[in-house]
Structure formats: C-alpha cells, structure tokens
Design a protein around this ligand. Structure first.
Ligand code: PFF
Ligand code: NA
Length: 442
C-alpha cells in the first residue's frame, strides 16, 4: 500500500492533466494518443517493473541500490551513475514543474473569487495571458509552490501526505468525471472522442513519436530513479508486475479522462487544439464558469490539481536531497534549502521565457531547437532526451547485465509472463528507444 500510494502520488500530476492534453492537441490527436498508449505498454510498464525491482533488491537510495546490484554481479561500479542522470533530470524538471504548479495555485484563487462565472472564451483567455505576462505574479506563485514542496521534504512529512493520497486522488477522479459529464452537454463530445481515438497516421510526424515516447517516461516518473527509490518500500511477497500495472493504469486513466473533459470544450468554443501549454487554463475555467456551483467545483478542482502536482514535485526533490545528504554529508535541512533554492533560481529563467524572454531561443542556431525558449528547452531536454536515456540504460542493465535467475526470483511471474517481460525489456524496449532517438537526433 505504501508503495502504491507513493508511486501514484509521483506519477499522477501535471503530466496527466496539463501536459497530456496540450501535447495531444499540438500533435494532431488520435495517432499520437495511440503511439503514446503503445509506448506505455511496451516501454513504460516493462521499465517501471525493472526500476521497482532494482529498488526492492537494492533496498537503498537509487545510487546505492545500483552500486550494490552492480557489485553483487561483479559489474562496473560506473553503473551507479545511471542514478546520477536521474538526479540531473529531476533538478531540471522540478525547476519548470514548479512554475506550472504555480499557475495551478493561482487558479485556486481565480476560481474561488468567482471571476470565472459566466465568462466568454475571450475573457478566460485574457485572464490567462494576464498571468503569463506578469513575471512578478508568476514569481510569487512559483515561490509558494516551491516552498510547499521544500517544507514537506525538509520535515520528512511525506508519510502523512501519502495517506492523503487515498482520499484526494479518488476525489480528483470524481471531479474529472464531473467535467466529462459537463463536456457531454456541449454537443461536441463525439467530435472530441473521434479527435482523441480515431488515428490519422498521415498527420503523425517523427517528432510526435519522440514526444509520445518521452511523455510515457515523464508521466510514469520513469528514467530517473524515482520508482527505484519507492521500490525499496515494497515487501518481498508483493507482485511487482501487478503493482506496476495498477499504477500505470491509474495514470493513463487520469490522462484520458482529462482529454475527454477538455477537447469537447475546445471544439464547442472554437478554440485551437494546438494552443499549447495554456490549454487547460483556457478551457476548464469555461466549464466551471457555466456549470451550477461552478466556483465551488472549480476551486476544488484546482486545489486537487495543486495537490497532485505537489506530491509529484516532492518525488522530484527527494532524490536530489538524498543525494546531497549521502554524497556531500549535509544534513536534511541544509540539503533541502540548497537543492530547493537552486531549482527555484532556474525556475526564474522559465518564468521569464513566458514574457520578457519569449523571443529568446538560446540554442536557436541549431535547426532542431529553432524558436525553443528556455522553458521549451528544459522540457525537451528532460522528457525527450534524459528520461528515455535513463530508461534505456535501466533496460540494458537489467536485460543484459543482471543475472536472469535473480530476475526470475524477484518477479516470480507464472507461465509465459516472465519470458514476455524479459524479451520485451531486452529487445523491444532498447530498440524502440534507440530508433526514435536516432531518427530525431540525426
Ligand atoms: N509523473 C509526473 C507527472 O506526470 O506529472 C511528473 C514527474 C514526477 C516526472 C517525478 C518525473 C518524476 F521523477
Ligand atoms: Na503522470
């Protein structure tokens, strides 16, 4: 139970409700969704099982678990640096994740004040642009979100928060169902469903395939050791396959519900599916503005979104703090303050790239990064490069270097299931990640 709560708290977050709908809109819908679901099944779930297994077998922090397992099988101690890729990725992700978490915090107030009720799409859009255009406000909300995250990590309150997951996650689920119910009344539900689930492969680009793969890692919190850390909570007699599957299904369910809630509103109001990162903040407020008790439900929804983002952000800060404690011998408070303030500082660059620096593309001289702001680059570098790279290394380590017998004991799968998982992890996962990488980078 502790594992499922922690892993679900980490997995379900802004990736599901904020990122999934907007990248689906940007990448043309159905075909992208199908590729994403395929990536979850053949890359995400097998790697989650591998990471959880490393964590349970090692029983320590990711870097030490990797070291112990490598030593046990007389492998190079350099494998432990695999966990180092994860620490770097979590630092970069948290810096912008906290900025978006800040948007969600600010919308708690916007919804509660009743400003959204009965407003048109133009007014709702203007409220959002007003927020993005104001670096001062963004900084306040980003700071608040980061402070909330640091507070929990510094005081080791994670246990209490994980218990709250048992109530608040189902509540989020119910509110999403309510939004889907509202979306059905817009008259555009069928159009949205076919946008999401009827694949049109002629519109699928190679970049979209990379985005789908990267998002499978991002949304399941893979490729950076988070699931290794949580795997060390798992009892020996619990099935790694079943729990990994459960967490992945819940995560995917939340993302698909968010899509079904948002796209009918997009079509009903003549909005642009490819509107980008502001998509949920320009659509859901319209729904709350029109439904009975909308201010109440809207406030509740954004509170729950903040909560989901918060539990994910904590899982991003933890590994960094633990790493500083273990490697640099700092105490918990000092390492939390250090790691947290660095993330906060880098977050300011993401804030500015939404307004003052919106025309600034630091790596614009490379065709692949043309027009990408600091915020875009951080997102691209982590989700599309670092996380798949971390995942690839996990697959190679477990599939090609660890002793097969150890894996069989650890997973204790019946019938053909072990062979299936092992085959997928050895061949399908690394080849899929490598092909998508090579296609996009060369
Ligand atoms: N999985 C989280 C989400 O979907 O919002 C984001 C995330 C958390 C990514 C933790 C990576 C991670 F290690
Ligand atoms: Na997620």
């Amino acid at each position: 139970m502790a594992f499922v709560l922690a892993a679900t708290g980490s997995a379900v977050g802004l990736g599901n409700i904020w990122k999934f709908p907007y990248i689906t809109g940007e990448n043309g819908g159905g075909a992208f969704v199908l590729v994403y679901l395929l990536c979850i099944a053949v890359v995400g779930i097998p790697i989650m099982m591998a990471e959880v297994m490393i964590g349970r077998r090692g029983g320590r922090s990711p870097i030490n678990s990797m070291r112990i397992l490598a030593e046990r099988d007389r492998l190079s101690s350099r494998w432990k640096w695999l966990a180092g890729v994860g620490v770097l990725a979590s630092f970069l992700i948290l810096s912008f994740y906290s900025v978006i978490g800040g948007w969600a915090v600010s919308y708690v107030g916007t919804a509660a004040s009743g400003q959204l009720s009965g407003q048109s799409a133009e007014v709702i859009g203007a409220i959002f642009s007003g927020l993005l255009g104001d670096p001062g406000k963004l900084l306040i909300w980003h700071s608040l979100f980061m402070a909330l995250t640091m507070l929990v990590v510094a005081r080791g309150l994670r246990g209490g928060l994980e218990r709250a997951v048992t109530i608040l996650m189902p509540a989020l689920f119910v509110l999403l169902l309510l939004l889907v119910g509202y979306a059905m009344t817009t008259g555009h539900f069928g159009q949205a469903a076919s946008f999401l689930f009827r694949p049109d492969f002629s519109s699928l680009t190679t970049e979209a395939v990379l985005v789908a793969l990267g998002h499978a890692f991002f949304t399941l919190s893979l490729g950076m050791g988070v699931m290794m850390a949580y795997g060390s909570y798992l009892n020996k007699n619990v099935s790694i396959a079943k729990t990994s599957l459960l967490v992945s299904l819940m995560d995917t369910g939340v993302a698909l519900l968010a899509g079904l809630a948002i796209f009918p509103i997009v079509f009903a109001n003549g909005l642009e599916p490819g509107a980008g990162p502001g998509l949920i903040f320009q659509t859901l407020p319209l729904a709350f503005g029109q439904m009975p008790l909308g201010s109440l439900f809207g406030t509740l929804f954004f509170v729950l979104l903040v909560f989901a983002a918060w539990t994910s952000a904590i899982s991003l800060l933890e590994p960094l703090v633990e790493w500083l404690e273990e490697q640099k011998g700092m105490n918990r408070l000092v390492s939390t303050l250090g790691a947290g303030s660095l993330c906060w500082l880098l977050g300011i660059a993401s804030i500015l790239s939404l307004n003052e620096w919106s025309g600034f593309a630091p790596l614009g001289m490379f065709a692949a990064f043309e027009g990408k702001t600091v915020f875009d680059l951080l997102d691209y570098l982590t989700a599309n490069i670092l996380l798949p790279l971390g995942g690839l290394l996990v697959a190679v380590f477990v599939g090609w270097f660890m002793a097969r017998q150890a894996l069989e004991n650890e997973l204790s799968l019946r019938g053909p299931w072990f062979g299936l998982w092992y085959g997928v992890l050895r061949y399908v996962t690394p080849v899929a990640v490598a092909i998508v990488f090579i296609y996009n980078l060369v």
